[in-house]
Ligand binder design. Sequence first.
Ligand SMILES: O=c1[nH]cnc2c1ncn2[C@@H]1O[C@H](CO)[C@@H](O)[C@H]1O
Length: 592
Amino acid sequence: MPPISDPDYAALIAEEVPTPSDPVIKQFLAARDALRDEEQRQRSDHSFRHSLSPLARRAHAIVARIRDQEHKTIWTPDLDETLATTKSEERPAGMTVHPGMAFSLAKGLMEGTKLWGIVRRLPKGGLLHAHLDAMVDVDHLLEVVMRTKGMCVASLEGRMDGEEARRRADVQVKFRGDGGGTDEAAGGLWTGGYKVGEWVGVEEAAEGFPEGGREGFLRWLKSRCVLSRTDAVEQHHGPDEIWKKFIGCFRVLGSFLHYEPIWRAFLRRLMTLLVEDGVSWVEIRFAWPLDYCREGSDVPEPDYDHMFTVLSEELDRFRATPEGASFWGIRMIWTSIRSGPTRSIIQSMDDCIATKLSHPTLLSGYDLVGLEDGGRPLSSLLPELFWFRKQCALEDVTIPLFLHAGETLGDGTEADGNLYDAVLLGTRRIGHAFSLYKHPRLVEAVKDRRVLVESCPISNEMLRLTGSIMQHPLPALLARGVACALCNDDPAILGQDTAGMTHDFWQALQGWENLGLAGLGSLAENSVRWAAFEDQTAEEWTKDIKEASMGSGIKAKRLQEWAVAWERFCLWIVTEYGEEYGDDEDEGGAST
Ligand SMILES: O=c1[nH]cnc2c1ncn2[C@@H]1O[C@H](CO)[C@@H](O)[C@H]1O
């Protein structure tokens, strides 16, 4: 075909190619909008977006503009020179800066943004998925350890004479009634002469630390409790490798946390950090072995009674203070380690029921934890789980399941298959459900049964399930109508370094295109709607979730309180930023 001549082309454009306002094109675009609208009606945050108050719409539009501005000026690979040089300590040479960069590298920058200041004040409702020992900043805890009388350090396996040895030794930090061993032991702690298993007071141990005395000692001990930036960004290590270090952190942290004075200090810090971050409620998974000791004792308690009594005392004490008045409370989710043998799981289930009987208000449910890819799948734990259900019925206690499932890259593997079991076992929420998006039938089941996904995006990145927040599957689940809440999982170990959820909320807001302030608000509201404030039968639980703020129980009351806090927050945004970032509600697509 010869090329079309200029005159022919002009005629063709004038007479034959329809203009954008041609009815045919308009009709097409209308059909396209209808299709898009139909799809958007499936979103799990659809009704939240559509019932926003005018004030919240304005706040949403303002936040969209701030996000956009920071996206262009801060999170860009061709960052301007000033920022590149002044903030160079924040990142290794040659690294680009973008909203999906590795969390541990972005952390410092993110905390200085306007968006951070906004997200920090967002009323976040409840934190529904976090592991007890990994929730309070380690620096604070180590200061408490150093000033608690009788705390000692030992290695139970491997000497500690040299950097590499200290990285590997089975370090424990505990209260010892005798205050630790001899002066000789103290002198030899960091040398080849150390006798494995000998305890030395932490002050003496710190003083004699070969690399920098006390400061070096604290730095080293912390490095044994958290994943470092190097651990975090060496992406050539896979999930199994990072999990080894991760589990080791729990072992060191647990050694000193399970002691009354430190447990009390931990709880106070935890509640303070949560309230400062706008978190009103928390359900905490814990997997303590029977190693908890009362103040002044190095003999473990025979049961969990004292641990829970202290929890109840500290909670009451905190709620009686002005700062704690707005805090709704804490409940625990009992967990067993999934890789354990049947006997230890049955024992743990039995302990769970006994503890539920003595502290019914403080225990909300049951779960199994640990690396899913390496542990027993739920299908192999059915005998134990059915026994547990029967025992609960016999003892007349309500202990619903809040199961981890699908925290894996697998597809069709046992860990991935946990999703089927979790749903059929009647789990009320699913921990992670990272692989759920690959299961269209299960997605429908999760929606029908009103199961909430507890998503922990930073954890998923740190534990190698996603390279960056940008590739996380949660936006896809939200678009398909699955109810979700954001959680922080193990913030003290994984790098958030605080109990609050601002880092996870911030990452979601800046990293995902389909949220905005309204989407974030909906996730926070969900966390209240799916919180287990009280014991309920399956029917009561579902009814409450359906009725939401229109119900008559404690959940409806909390949802109403949350809604008031949300409006107040939106008002603050409009007052603070309205002038600079425009004060109309049109831009930003709150009603996506
Ligand atoms: O994201 C997670 N998935 C599964 N197990 C976990 C996760 N984070 C921590 N733990 C496990 O829970 C126990 C403490 O409660 C620890 O054993 C830890 O390995």
